[in-house]
Design a protein around this ligand. Structure first.
Ligand code: RFL
Ligand code: PHB
Length: 407
């Protein structure tokens, strides 16, 4: 088999890359270890940044998202029994988020690729990379009982945190920076109407809780739990009790309950591998970096990476100029570190630290008071949450002229 770009992984990064390349007339083949049914039903992210949603719409894969996705122009921060709204749209010149499940994005991208004659091989095994430091890389894999080879000019490693791509770069040619948090998230999907119109991020002395949603009939909820938590320790009644307690307000917020459809525990991690290129292998998405989910950024960062990569590959294939590919890693990493900071800051703002004392509690509340009352502080949260523009780091804001000149 032969193609221009061999893509490993049919998550949001790999599928979006294949779609963007197709729109530029560049061929790719996507290899995926899981089945189509599995990737289309894996419950993960739910929040699309303004520009991620816009990209789906602009490239012809946003029709269902525009119909079924929920556009939010604000979010709630809840602490000390009160709820304060951050008006995302007012603080960011009208930008917002779209709540639309990651598996729905994946379904829409798979459908678009297959309708356009794109090749996605599901259920592959034994994926191995060879010759990535040459101009003729090869991906070896097994499919339907046969060992096969995919010859390509470029390999895109979009195979998530547990994939093979990152480990194919010699250890001497990469470095990782990581941080593990002393807590995890217990996530549940419930057949219950959302209890509020917007997302609620709650700081509570018993730990963080999040109220999110997937549709007018389905709620997505998360609880901060200790690392090593087993689902068996959390019978349904305990989950609801804890959610009621942590999301309670002084004016009597009511959380609607319903049958739990799915549940899981996710560890919290910050992780970056640098650089994101080795020879003709380019890493994108979770294969290169992980952020804690408090900022709702992982999928959006994966999409930003492949936008940069698709643009650089287009210039390379069309004009033979490789400067975009040479700059790919540095360009991605500027955004990744901004998002790492935001995700870690949101995590610290809202979670109960394991060594929590009165002082750390008071600092958290002081910070929440500030973020929900100062326009400057709220704008920082809002512009990061809805997503900074793709070129944000190359723009230098002109300082505003003081209304009254200094004497
Ligand atoms: P994925 O989605 O992990 O896809 C990688 C794909 O590669 C396949 N694979 C292989 N294929 C071929 N050969 C191999 N050797 C392979 N090894 C693995 C895998 O089966 C898979 O299909 O990575 P990608 O595309 O980079 O996308 C990243 C996102 O999935 C991830 O960052 C987000 O889910 C993170 N995330 C959130 N991101 C947001 O932007 N907004 C959110 O609201 C949000 N909430 C979340 C989240 C992640 C969560 N969990 C469960 C980790 C909430 C949670 C609870
Ligand atoms: C979700 O709906 O799954 C979700 C929302 C916001 C987050 C993380 C996950 O910060």
């Amino acid at each position: 088999m032969r193609t221009q770009v061999g893509i490993i992984g049919a998550g949001p990064a790999g599928l979006m890359l294949s779609h963007l390349l197709h729109l530029e007339g560049i061929d790719s083949v996507v290899l995926e270890t899981r089945s189509r049914a599995y990737v289309e039903s894996r419950v993960r992210a739910g929040v699309l940044e303004h520009d991620t949603a816009q990209l789906l719409a602009d490239t012809g894969v946003g029709a269902r998202m525009r119909r079924e996705g929920l556009v939010h122009t604000g979010l709630e921060l809840r602490f000390e029994g009160v709820s304060r709204r951050i008006d995302l749209a007012a603080l960011t010149s009208g930008r917002g988020i779209t709540v639309y499940g990651q598996q729905e994005v994946v379904k829409d991208l798979i459908a678009a690729r297959l309708a356009a004659g794109g090749e996605i091989l599901f259920d592959v095994t034994d994926v191995e990379l060879a010759g990535i430091d040459s101009d003729a890389p090869v991906i070896r894999f097994a499919h339907e009982g046969t060992i096969r080879e995919l010859n390509c000019l470029v390999v895109a490693g979009c195979d998530g945190f547990h994939g093979v791509s990152r480990g194919s770069i010699p250890a001497s040619a990469r470095r990782t920076v990581e941080h593990t948090y002393p807590f995890s998230w217990l996530g549940v999907l419930a057949q219950a109407a959302p209890s509020a119109h917007e997302l609620i991020y709650a700081q509570h002395e018993r730990g963080f809780a999040l109220h999110s949603m997937r549709s007018p009939e389905v709620t997505r909820l998360y609880l901060q739990v200790p690392n090593g938590t087993e689902l068996s320790d959390w019978p349904t009644a305990r989950i609801w009790d804890e959610l009621h307690t942590r999301l309670a307000t002084n004016d009597g917020f009511t959380l609607k309950e319903g049958p739990i459809l799915e549940q899981g525990v996710t560890p919290m991690r910050s992780f970056v591998t640098e650089p994101m290129r080795y020879g003709q292998l380019f890493l994108a998405g979770d294969a290169a970096h992980i952020v804690p989910p408090t900022g709702a950024k992982g999928l959006n960062l994966a999409v930003a990476d492949v936008r940069f990569l698709a643009e650089a590959l287009t210039t390379w294939f069309r004009q033979g100029r490789g400067t975009g590919l040479d700059e790919y890693s540095a360009r991605c990493l500027r955004r990744i570190w901004r998002v790492q900071h935001f995700s870690s800051w949101m995590t610290g703002l809202l979670h109960r630290p394991t060594d929590a004392d009165e002082f750390s509690h008071r600092l958290q509340v002081a910070q929440l008071e500030y973020v929900t009352t100062s326009t400057a502080a709220a704008t920082t949260l809002a512009e990061n949450y809805v997503g900074l523009p793709l070129d944000w780091s190359s723009r230098v804001d002109t300082p505003a002229t003081p209304a009254v000149p200094f004497a």
